[in-house]
Design a protein around this ligand. Sequence first.
Ligand code: NAG
Ligand code: NAG
Ligand code: NAG
Ligand code: NAG
Ligand code: NAG
Ligand code: NAG
Ligand code: NAG
Ligand code: NAG
Length: 532
Amino acid sequence: MGTAHLLKLLSLFTGISVLQQVRSWSITLPKTVTAVEGSCVVVPCQTQPHSRVIWYQYHDINYPVVFDGLHPHATVQQFKGRTSVLGKAAEGNCTLRINDVTRADNVQIYVWINPDSKTTQKFHYQTVTILVEKKAPTISIQKQIVDGELFQAICSVYFSCPFSPPSIEWSQFLENSNVTAKMEKVQGQWLYTVTLQRLATYTMHDRKIHCCAKFRTFSTESQQIILSILYKPVTVTLMTEKEPVMEGDNVIMECAANCNPPPHKYSWLKRQMGQITNVTSPQSKMFFSNITRDTSFSCIAHNDIGAGQSDWLDLDVQYIPVILPESSCNLTGEVLKCVCQAEASPNASLYWTIDGNDTLPSSFSFFSTNKKNVVSGVLSGSATSQSNISCTATNSLGSSTKQLSIESLSKTSSLFMWLIPLILLGIALLFGCAMLIYRKYYRNRRTPGFTCSIMLSRSQSVQQEYHIPERSQDENTQSRPCRPESNPEVDCVYDNDIAVEMQQQHQNNATARGGLTQPKGVYCNMSDYLNC
Ligand SMILES: *[C@@H]1O[C@H](CO)[C@@H](O)[C@H](O)[C@H]1NC(C)=O
Ligand SMILES: *[C@@H]1O[C@H](CO)[C@@H](O)[C@H](O)[C@H]1NC(C)=O
Ligand SMILES: *[C@@H]1O[C@H](CO)[C@@H](O)[C@H](O)[C@H]1NC(C)=O
Ligand SMILES: *[C@@H]1O[C@H](CO)[C@@H](O)[C@H](O)[C@H]1NC(C)=O
Ligand SMILES: *[C@@H]1O[C@H](CO)[C@@H](O)[C@H](O)[C@H]1NC(C)=O
Ligand SMILES: *[C@@H]1O[C@H](CO)[C@@H](O)[C@H](O)[C@H]1NC(C)=O
Ligand SMILES: *[C@@H]1O[C@H](CO)[C@@H](O)[C@H](O)[C@H]1NC(C)=O
Ligand SMILES: *[C@@H]1O[C@H](CO)[C@@H](O)[C@H](O)[C@H]1NC(C)=O
């Protein structure tokens, strides 16, 4: 409000002369001041230099003091301790500050200065209306928050004096966040803005955030925002309604994914014997028929942001025991060792029967192999080769029995073990025989009888040299009966004839060597035998 206007107003009400108007008091004041509850408020005021300034609350009959620098105790209770005049009086600055504005501060005030100009001041015609507003902070976030991208929340609050902005506090996410603040003047007010920035994570989804503006004696809260973070399926879980499953039965698998937005598509993976089949469906449930053992499932959930796969779920498929073909018995000598392996789910229990008797005389041990659902038992003890051994595998679904074949591993090996000494014995015998024959031959070359046979076919000269003397004796005693016989005699006769001739020459020698008499007889017999 300009001074001219002020003077005009004054003259209108008082009818004071222009001179009076010129000499009269002038002041520059706003008509209204907006104060934010909890904040402070500044009422700008400019007038002529003065020594004292008093601010009053406008009242019909009273003069309630809002500020009096000289007599602070005179201040009414409502404003006590909250008001001050900041400007320099010598410069005519009568600006008033009210701290910690309350809703009750919604009043009209006016100023009075000293010295005045002869009571011509009409102060109460120059009032300032304080409008108290309650201003809550406002919070805003971006429209779409995607996991892994930047998240930004802005909290701003108006306040009414620049000296002490409120503090702004966040209800969430201060950890790992960057917070920046700025202050700006907007339409005669001050706007304090705090920005929180951090990485958006899916764990922030569905969480509530608000901010709070704190003045010295008063605080206000923004509205609450529930965050919606877009994220791909992070945890995907696969469930089945019933477990265990009997082999051949059907199952309904259900896939659940933690993601936003919800999945629009599911891929169903079925793994069996190392082979994976892939089916895609928009449904979160899937029906599978004729389940067989060793079946595993996994699902992949797809949403707009990405996809996520569940762990493999190995179905607990149950089936009756099957005795594996590896089951057999080995008999080594008198020791029987049997192994029985049975595949079953739930695990099978094994029972043995020997010749229909299930009370086992021999040791029985049981162990598991590392192959899933295969149990293995070992039976060992003494038994006969004709034992009838059977293994029975039982589980809650049923049982199966198999008569185990007895591997005659022991027989072949024992046979082999016997064979070697036998062969050795044979070789030894052959060798011994050969030696015997050789030695006999070697000795007999000096005995007449044996030479005779050779002599008959070969030369006579050899015979003559060695045997004639002996022969002569034979002739005398035993060779005679040979004579009358047919052709072969010729040789013999001839032989003997010579022997007769020779006999004469060696008669003395022969009689002297009485020890040779016996071999002569042998010779004769032999020659007789050969000749006849
Ligand atoms: C009056 O004093 C206040 C507080 O010191 C200051 O902010 C303001 O600018 C002054 N007014 C003028 C017109 O100098
Ligand atoms: C926070 O500020 C630092 C330094 O300016 C910057 O390196 C970092 O990336 C910021 N973090 C976030 C989440 O904005
Ligand atoms: C299964 O099919 C889906 C959709 O066609 C595909 O995204 C996924 O990679 C496939 N998975 C396998 C293991 O083949
Ligand atoms: C179930 O699966 C098994 C093994 O693949 C097959 O032999 C059998 O015929 C199937 N039964 C039905 C009813 O499809
Ligand atoms: C029986 O002998 C065969 C061949 O040596 C072997 O493979 C098998 O494991 C043995 N079985 C038992 C029950 O000892
Ligand atoms: C079965 O074998 C056990 C141990 O050898 C024996 O005590 C029992 O009499 C046998 N039972 C029958 C029925 O043969
Ligand atoms: C069945 O046997 C396997 C080993 O073959 C073992 O790992 C598993 O724990 C057993 N299951 C039960 C229920 O005893
Ligand atoms: C062995 O026992 C089974 C059943 O107990 C029987 O069928 C089979 O004839 C028996 N075999 C011999 C050789 O005793």
